[in-house]
Design a protein around this ligand. Structure first.
Ligand code: GAL
Length: 414
């Protein structure tokens, strides 16, 4: 097995020998607290420490908890040294307020625009021609993860699309296995709706909503199918889903208590830590097996402008940014995270069967979609999340009423 840690440490030590910044304590905030996420963020920490700095870990569990804490600290003049956020519009206001370190000179010196792909990742970091974040991975929500043994126990084939999954559900129930593992966090239900938009509504529907913000598309019959699928999913889950974090739902699939989960490919990190192998214990269906697509969600690191020790900390921030996009760190981090690298010029020979599916999809720009995080502000995303989780939790809400509210949100989206 490829020894990720030593390779990343060696690469970082190389950078250290050429670096000019002194040793700085860099407080880094993020929400990567599951087993797989912790293994991945450890690759970044090892690289920063090997470069002669000190990674002071500021993990805050749950994106919904972490994001407001991070943003308010920066806005309030209490900046951390670096922070993970989603690649998109999370920090738009802070960038526009001039609170983030400008990475443009470094990006140009290292040619980020030449190797970061798809280029929309860097576009999401760019404001008025200047670059204020560094994308570190590509995550897509457009996946279903299936426990092969659960379907064998139930005496049915592993589904290859949503319709087969629905048809197999009764057999799993009879075998005492929950068909669909889900956590009741609002972003999980909202993310699942985005997967159905593609798998059931098609690429045109997804783009009409997540690029054109079309109220007509939001009101379409294709979008009605998405609401009906979310309603149907209510009957596929267990009673204990409310409040369940995403990685506990993934653990249900890993342990065979559930047949499948619709979740972003960060779930792969959990299978990896559990020692399971894609194609053996588990399978993966990009686009629910209907349209093999990816949305280019993912994560980027921002470096809030320091308000003390400014010159040395800024130099250390730039050095850290350079490390996060370096080839070896990109390979080692993404293999642990279950995400795809932001650069197309590295060899992911150790990538597993599911990552190979993702890389093949990524190779065709036609199959690569923007994520909703890149389309809508945090406020609009919050409205979507509230709608989807309310609709999922309350069967008394009709598809018609829920879709009417959805149309309103899209029509007023900023
Ligand atoms: C996403 C993030 C991923 C993943 C997930 C669950 O917002 O982009 O890296 O960790 O949250 O925590």
């Amino acid at each position: 097995m490829f020894n990720m840690k030593s390779a990343a440490v060696a690469a970082a030590a190389l950078v250290a020998s050429a670096c000019v910044a002194g040793a700085e304590k860099i407080e880094v905030t993020h929400w990567w607290t599951s087993g797989g996420e912790a293994a991945a963020v450890g690759v970044f920490a090892d690289a920063v420490n090997a470069a002669g700095h000190e990674w002071v870990d500021g993990a805050i569990a749950g994106g919904g908890n972490a994001r407001p804490v991070i943003l308010s600290r920066i806005a309030g003049g209490d900046p951390m040294g670096a922070t993970q956020l989603n690649t998109g519009r999370d920090a738009e206001d802070l960038v526009q307020a001039g609170l983030m370190t400008d990475l443009t000179d470094l990006a140009e010196a290292e040619g980020w625009a030449d190797f970061i792909r798809p280029s929309k990742l860097l576009d999401s970091c760019t404001y008025e021609g200047r670059i204020y974040c560094v994308p570190v991975n590509i995550h897509s929500f457009q996946w279903m993860w299936l426990n092969r043994g659960a379907y064998a126990t139930a005496g049915v084939d592993v589904p290859s699309n949503w319709d087969e999954f629905v048809a197999a559900a009764p057999a799993l129930r009879d075998a005492g296995i929950t068909p669909l593992a889900v956590g009741g966090e609002s972003w999980q239900i909202s993310g699942m709706s985005g997967v159905f938009q593609v798998a059931l509504g098609g690429l045109d529907l997804y783009r009409a909503i997540n690029v054109d913000k079309s109220p007509e598309a939001a009101a379409s019959a294709e979008m009605t199918q998405v609401f009906e699928a979310i309603a149907a999913a209510r009957g596929m889950v267990d009673d204990g889903y409310v409040g369940r974090v995403w990685n506990d739902a993934t653990a249900m699939v890993i342990n065979g208590k559930a047949g499948a989960q619709i979740m972003g490919d960060w779930a792969q990190g959990e299978f990896g830590v559990a020692g399971q192998t894609a194609g053996d214990e588990y399978d993966c269906l990009p686009g629910l097996g209907v349209y093999p697509v990816l949305d280019t969600g993912g994560d980027a690191f921002y470096f809030p402008k320091p308000n003390k020790n400014v010159e040395a900390m800024t130099a250390a921030q730039l050095e850290m940014a350079s490390l996060l996009v370096s080839k070896q760190v990109q390979v080692d981090f993404n293999l642990a995270k279950g995400s795809l690298p932001i650069r197309g010029d590295i060899d992911l020979a150790a990538a597993n069967a599911c990552m190979q599916k993702g890389l093949a999809i990524l190779a065709n720009p036609e199959n690569v979609l923007p994520s909703s995080e890149q389309a809508f502000t945090g406020d609009t995303q919050g409205q979507f999340e509230d709608l989807w989780v309310s609709f999922f939790n309350d069967p008394s809400i009709s598809v018609e009423d829920a879709q009417a509210r959805y149309v309103e949100i899209v029509a007023n989206a900023d």
